[in-house]
Write a protein that binds this ligand. Sequence first.
Ligand SMILES: [Cu+2]
Length: 159
Amino acid sequence: MARGTLRPRRRRYQRRGAGGARSSPGLKGLAVFGAVVVVVLGAAAFFLWPAVKPAGGGTPGAITIQPTMAGFFPSQIEGRAGEPLTIRLVNKDTQFHTDGGGWHQFAIDELRVDEKIPPETTQEVTFTPGVAGTYQFYCDVCCGGRESPSMQGTLVVRA
Ligand SMILES: [Cu+2]
């Protein structure tokens, strides 16, 4: 009984071995398919890269903030004392805004950060907060300026 079941199994194994010898056209097909996949993905990456890459090159690890007429998004960010912090400011407002002409600002008085962002541009600012604490950042060029509670945000710097 045991031998009876073993034999067909062995035969199946041998057939598979013969199939392996015949599989070279299949391998060639696979290689062609692989080459096509590489070319198609390469072309897709080539054409899509401008759409997905961060605007303006972009610093790795940068925190993206979008300043708008309604405030900063996000308005709460974090950093570490002694470590450089890069903020990427993405201003999507147009020059046709009557209040401030589409300009925004990212300023932190205590850290002497003062960046003004023209309409429809992306700008980065890098600074290193030396001391842990909570800092207010604000925009003073639109929507009632600095006193407007919506045009403020908080940077928490951890030790
Ligand atoms: Cu603003």
